[in-house]
Design a protein around this ligand. Sequence first.
Ligand code: SF4
Ligand code: SF4
Length: 241
Amino acid sequence: MVLIDQGRCIGCGICIPYCPRNAIKLDPNLKKAYIVAEECVECGTCARVVMCPRDAIVGVVEGYVREVRAHFSDPYTLHPSTGIPGRGTEEMKTNDVTGRFKRGEVGFAIDIGRPLVGVTFAEISRFIKVLNTVGVMWEKANPILYLLKGGLEMGEFPEELNNVKLHSAVLEFKVPIAKVRDVIEKLKYLAETTDTVFSLGIISRVDDDFTIPVIEVLRELGLEVSPWAKTNVGLGRPLVE
Ligand code: SF4
Ligand code: SF4
């Protein structure tokens, strides 16, 4: 993990506000900074950004559990399951090329833990299990799902990961438009019962008449759609018809 070399640190406190997890503490007696291992998500910010006057912050990530934290929290780390940096997912941004979402389907990306709250694997597991009851179609290339044991139906992670906290995790899936109500109902339940935060991204193809059918469904459910959408226009040759 990222460490503060106690022999070098002079306790100036410069590094403390840089940590997005508030994981760097100052020992008032020793007058040294230290990192709380359980709170550190291995984002690497302190080691990368802080101009420590004593060069005391050592960016060493060792061991499976610490590496998993880094894969989902450090944008400079290449995720081994997908070969993509950051949280290891292309999310839904490349639909023009990949054709993940067909007409009549609606995609969801749930970004759990941001901003600054974080999320444990145990809580991600709970999200997966609740959404499984709707019968969602999970995005198979999503790196979180590579870590499941016993398949998607079980929604369980290895025991050693359950209490591990990540900066954030993105879950991606799609459903036929007829199931959007069921998904929103479950997400409202999760919003009321979770101890973290999440935001919701929805993807839908625009119809030939330039309408977007899912907007009306969401309005009926009391959800106002932001006009600030992100539109990615495929610049490559589509991989699907
Ligand atoms: S910036 Fe460096 S010297 Fe100052 S408290 Fe942090 S680790 Fe210690
Ligand atoms: S690696 Fe990130 S989370 Fe860990 S102490 Fe440094 S800034 Fe904080």
